[in-house]
Design a protein around this ligand. Structure first.
Ligand code: HPA
Length: 276
């Protein structure tokens, strides 16, 4: 374990011996999912963890919540940090490495995204099937910690196909429409220009956001089974005529909250059916 990860884990282990099976990242405006945790074992503010990055964005809390969803032990990130806040790519992915080191095998990522695909209206839920990371630095740059993962990890199936098919089935069972698409991370914090969105469309992106891909690369490197669900909060720049705002993103998050909560709960339960 690298030194910074170890310091974080040592601090957390001084508080709890809880071993999560699944890790969960709650995106912009989706923090209310923490109410779905049936039995909270402990809450740890990021600011208390030595060397841990703390979010500066409104709508993002900053704490780990550990507990059970049904009987699945989960560590939930209530708030995450973004590259645009000025953190290095390695700092952005530190929480992933910490949750992995605590024992999490699965990673469920959620995010808010702008819809590029013409079918995606605000409120659409999309299961990510692949990503485009070409516009942000790779978080694995620098010395490789062979104990975490290999120097040149494969990125063919970052969003685990078996987990995806279980989640699709769970969504059908819950009668929740769930699209499948490709997510592209840009650095932000400015939203894209309409011309940039046209470029992303041509290269195969269905949606765009300012998070997730760095974390997914680090999690894949560390051998986690990953899935990601995006909530389309707005149509991307130029796809609709209205200018974008963070307020709009937060409002759409709030409106979709009940259905998103239900989907996420169902998605997490697929861990029980997962066949290794
Ligand atoms: N662009 C980038 N990030 C986003 C968007 C968007 O349109 N919507 C929500 N996050």
């Amino acid at each position: 374990m690298n030194k910074i990860v170890k310091e974080c884990v040592d601090y957390i282990r001084s508080i709890t011996d809880f071993t999560p099976r699944a890790a969960l990242i709650l995106g912009s405006g989706l923090g209310a999912f923490t109410q779905e945790i049936d039995h909270v074992v402990c809450t740890i503010p990021y600011k208390n963890i030595p060397g841990f990055p703390v979010s500066t964005v409104s709508g993002h809390n900053g704490r780990f919540i550990m507990g059970y969803i049904d009987d699945i032990p989960v560590v939930c990130m209530d708030g995450r940090v973004h590259y645009y806040e000025g953190y290095t790519p390695q700092e952005v992915v530190l929480p992933i490495r910490v949750m992995r080191a605590l024992g999490a095998e699965f990673l469920f990522i959620t995010n808010a995204a702008g819809g590029i695909h013409s079918d995606y209206v605000p409120g659409t839920l999309v299961l990510v099937r692949d990503h485009i990371s070409l516009f942000v630095p790779n978080p694995l740059q620098g010395p490789n910690d062979q104990r975490i993962g290999t120097r040149f990890p494969d990125m063919t199936d970052v969003y685990d196909p078996h987990l995806r098919s279980l989640i699709q089935r769970a969504a059908e069972y819950e009668d929740i429409p769930l699209e499948t698409g490709v997510y592209c991370q840009l650095s932000g914090p400015s939203y894209e220009s309409p011309a940039e969105i046209q470029v992303l469309k041509v290269i195969g992106a269905d949606m765009v956001g300012m998070s997730t891909v760095m974390e997914a690369i680090a999690a894949k490197h560390a051998g986690m089974k990953i899935s990601c669900i995006s909530l389309i909060t707005n149509m991307a720049a130029g796809i609709s005529a209205t200018p974008l705002s963070h307020e709009e993103v937060k409002v759409a998050g709030l409106q979709a909250e009940p259905v998103f909560k239900r989907l996420l709960r169902a998605a997490i339960q697929t861990v029980k059916e997962y066949k290794w």
